[in-house]
Design a protein around this ligand. Structure first.
Ligand SMILES: [Zn+2]
Length: 123
């Protein structure tokens, strides 16, 4: 428990083979990174190790129920099953600073639309 890091650890494993793919612990303070939650570091390490963008079929075991940020990253990674040992009942987590999001009027071409249109033509 270095530097008062919240002691949360995670592992990613392959349920078919039992292989441990990656492991990580919370490192927000030591990395000066608010996204350095155990689950996210674990996903990054697994993707790097396997040289894959997605982790279909792999499973994640973590100490504490993942926060909303991690849940979204877990969804994007396509991890199929998450196990956790403790419910995340921290009421403060829901009242953390709430940034404002605003859609800006933008008149140039929609790069995303062009990207996906070209991708559909190629695929
Ligand atoms: Zn998290």
């Amino acid at each position: 428990m270095e530097k008062n890091e919240i002691p949360v650890g995670s592992i990613i494993f392959n349920p078919s083979t039992g292989e441990l793919v990656s492991k990580a612990h919370n490192s927000e303070i030591s990395h000066n990174d608010p996204t350095a939650h155990a689950e996210i570091l674990c996903i990054r390490r697994a993707c790097k190790k396997l040289n894959l963008k997605r982790l279909d079929g792999l499973e994640l075991l973590t100490y504490l129920e993942p926060c909303d940020m991690c849940k979204e990253v877990i969804k994007s990674s396509r991890i199929s099953q998450v196990y956790f040992l403790l419910k995340n009942n921290n009421p403060k987590r829901k009242t953390i600073f709430n940034p404002k999001f605003k859609l800006i009027n933008y008149n140039n071409e929609n790069l995303l639309k062009i990207f996906f249109k070209q991708k559909r033509i190629k695929d």
